[in-house]
Write a protein that binds this ligand. Structure first.
Ligand SMILES: [Zn+2]
Length: 435
């Protein structure tokens, strides 16, 4: 049989490795691909096709050279969609074609053997039907490789979790800014501050613009035996005038306010927008801790929340002076003190503008660090302060404006306190901190 096959099909040098197919009712209606997006994460490349209806599709790989092929029955590409500009990560080149009438095909030239996971998402929020194709390095997906910081057992490890990412923009401001970008900007700055100071160590659950499932964020923190979990977000409200930062912890018996309840529902829905295959979800995210561990966790989270409110109040308005409580999925499943910080409102025009500014982000990150450090002073697991609080050591990339924002002081005060400073800042140079 094999010989006959080869003689009949001499041109077929490739072999079919994997086929994933999906279909849905209403099979024969035409489906238009209205947008194609790529997200390049550290452990996968995600391709998202927006569709006007649920389509029947096949995804398979071909060898020599390595390709991934996506066929959509009765599919066609909207005229405005540019495919070629999207290549990157594991994808070297993108083409589309029509191998036979009624089938729209996308071919990805990829770098090496890849694992494939594909699934359809039903419309959610502003999103229409979506076909998600995840490409994973190595034939079986390989192991997730994340940027490793040299971690030691005794480190006091803070996991910073920038909310949303990739497909999931989070809250969207009136002039179009995304919560996911604000959260990532502040989280990156906070990470840099923590690691430069050296008392604690910090890592991010996501380092760029891609989506990480709520479950994966929790696992990430558990696998590394983290000591604290901080989820960084920006808020949304119907009322445009709502403003200021708030801090939430897990509630086990309902939300402390209507706002908290609504907020937790919105944050918990991130997986729907971010694109998580519900069929693959594990119920372990729903696990509840033993009562004793839970009491400890909630008590500590509350103390951490209070310390953060105290420091955030110094650099901007608070939305609420009390630590809010609501049923956030991402806070529920971690077994360490965990808070969710809403750094301001994307829906407030002035805050939307401010939250995108470098100096505002630095000011908030600096304030979060001071709150963290104050909490740490009271936590016996945390090492003592390593530096004289009255001295600031200049870090790479610093400017006087950035340092002042980070310390929550004015540039004028910083200059006044350091009249003899060298004209250009040097890394490692010591500055007096204005009190
Ligand atoms: Zn959020």
């Amino acid at each position: 049989m094999t010989t006959v096959f080869h003689r009949l099909w001499p041109a077929l040098k490739t072999s079919l490795v994997i086929i994933i197919a999906g279909w849905s009712p209403g099979v024969y209606s035409e489906s238009e691909v209205t947008d194609v997006r790529f997200w390049y994460g550290p452990d996968k490349t995600r391709l998202v096709l927006e569709l006007t209806s649920a389509a029947t599709y096949r995804v398979f790989s071909l060898e020599n050279p390595e390709r991934v092929v996506i066929d959509i029955d009765q599919g066609r590409l909207d005229q405005g969609v540019e495919l070629a500009n999207n290549a990157g990560g594991l994808v070297a080149n993108i083409r589309s074609g029509r191998p036979e009438p009624g089938i729209f095909r996308i071919v990805l030239d990829v770098r090496g053997k890849l694992g494939i996971h594909a699934f359809l998402l039903n419309p959610s929020g502003a999103y229409p039907h979506r076909l998600v194709v995840d490409l994973l390095p190595g034939e079986n997906g390989g192991e997730a490789h994340s940027a490793q910081l040299d971690l030691r057992e005794e480190d006091y490890l803070v996991v910073i979790d920038p909310g949303h990412g990739g497909e999931d923009p989070g809250a969207i401001g009136g002039s179009g800014a995304y919560e996911k970008d604000v959260a990532l900007g502040i989280a990156r700055r906070l990470k840099r501050i923590i690691n430069w100071d050296g008392r604690m160590r910090a890592i991010l659950t996501r380092a760029d613009d891609y989506y990480v499932s709520l479950r994966r964020r929790v696992e990430f923190s558990m696998e590394r035996n983290a000591d604290l979990f901080l989820s960084v977000h920006a808020d949304a409200a119907q009322r445009k005038s709502a403003e200021g930062a708030s801090v939430y912890i897990l509630s086990t018996d309902g939300a402390s306010s209507e706002m908290g309840k609504w907020l937790a529902q919105r944050e918990n829905a991130a997986d729907l927008a971010g694109g998580v295959d519900i069929g693959q979800q594990d119920p372990s995210l729903q696990k509840t801790l033993l009562d004793m561990g839970l009491d400890w966790k909630i008590r500590e989270s509350y103390d951490l929340g209070l310390a953060l409110l105290g420091s955030l109040e110094q650099v901007g308005g608070l939305h609420s002076r009390t630590v809010g409580r609501a049923g956030f999925a991402v806070l529920k499943a971690v077994d360490i003190p965990a808070v969710l910080i809403e750094t301001g409102f994307m829906t407030n025009p002035a805050e939307e503008q401010a939250l995108q500014q470098e100096l505002t982000q630095e000011r908030i990150a600096g304030a979060i660090y001071r709150g963290l450090s104050a909490y740490c002073d009271e936590d016996e697991r945390c090492p003592p302060r390593t530096r004289n609080e009255n001295i600031y050591v200049v870090a790479p990339g610093d400017s006087l404006a950035l340092i002042a924002a980070r310390l929550g002081v004015s540039v004028a005060d910083l200059k006044r306190e350091n009249p003899n400073r060298a004209r250009a800042l040097q890394i490692g140079q010591k500055l007096k901190v204005p009190l």
